[in-house]
Ligand binder design. Sequence first.
Ligand SMILES: Cc1ncc(COP(=O)(O)O)c(C=O)c1O
Length: 374
Amino acid sequence: MKPLSRQYLIKNSHLLVTPALVVFPEIIEMNIKQMVKMSSDPLKLRPHVKTYKMAEVVKLQLNHGIKKFKAATFAESEMVAEAGAQDILLAYHIVGPNIKRAVNFVKKYPDVNFMVIADHIESISELNNAMVKAGETIEVLLDIDTGLHRTGVEPGDQAFNLYKEIDNSPGIKAGGFHIYDGHLHQSDRKDRAVAVHQAFQKVSLLRDKLLSAGSKVPRLVCGGTATFPIYAEMNDSFVEYSPGTCIFHDIGYDTMFPDLHFTPAAVILTRVISLPGQGLVTLDLGCKAVASDPLMTNRVFFPQLPDAELVLQNEEHLVIKTTQASKLKPSNELVGIPWHICPTTALNKEVGVVQNNYVKEFWKVVARDRVLNI
Ligand SMILES: Cc1ncc(COP(=O)(O)O)c(C=O)c1O
């Protein structure tokens, strides 16, 4: 077995019921500092909170001068507001009961600049009607699709008309564009940069057209971990960057994007529960403890057993094959770095917080619930 790097040693690991997600605030802060350095200015950042969903991590970022946040749910937005941030973009499409929740949010947090996104005339109109009825207003960013094809409209005539519709609605205010380009996963930074610049040209033209037609485009919220350094180099004063993963980072992004210098700050402590023979080791690390959206072979990496192959994962079991199996016994502990951290965090009610190699406290993953109070 390879020795575990000092930064992930947990000397009082007996306190942890496994599988346990643990976080290292020193590494989180290193990642925050790196993100700020790459952005030149913390006020250019609007990091996504979906990766960690914990108020303590929002507060660490506030301490580093970051004031704007992006969220994917009302629960995340509420958690951010309660942590003391006053500028929140809920980058999600508001439909059904969420229309009333948007009204309630604006009423409950009058000091927060709370914004949402939209891409359809129906949702724009419903949100506008609800806000007018409540005597409130809300900023709405037009969701632009530059190729992910998940939500949004292409930067073109339809986008121009929708933006004008937002601009002309009394209950909502045009807040700019939202652009998430999670499809740009080129490992080579140069290839990624070419793709970002190509897509941004059309966005830029749309912005120019709207500005000429008298609209304001106060912000363009762009990118994730892989692309924000490229937006940062553009030096466009209206562009904000919205990485999420890099705050905790994971082995997936570490493998895919060698140009990014972040360090995994959240790992899973797991214990051997069985040794079924033939080089096999069974751990208490099922798919209820680590995100199962990556391929079965790639869900977690064990730095102490770099040759480990993941051969079977069920809800509470992970079977690995390793040349080191004969050296392991039940109860032995291993550290695993998740391939995809964001859904992994959401599988946990709380995380162990390790400082100076000791678990010192536990932080609640508050916003893993869909509904808090609103
Ligand atoms: C809308 C949106 N913005 C930003 C991000 C953050 O991207 P990343 O996780 O690559 O940092 C995500 C991630 O899924 C997202 O969905």
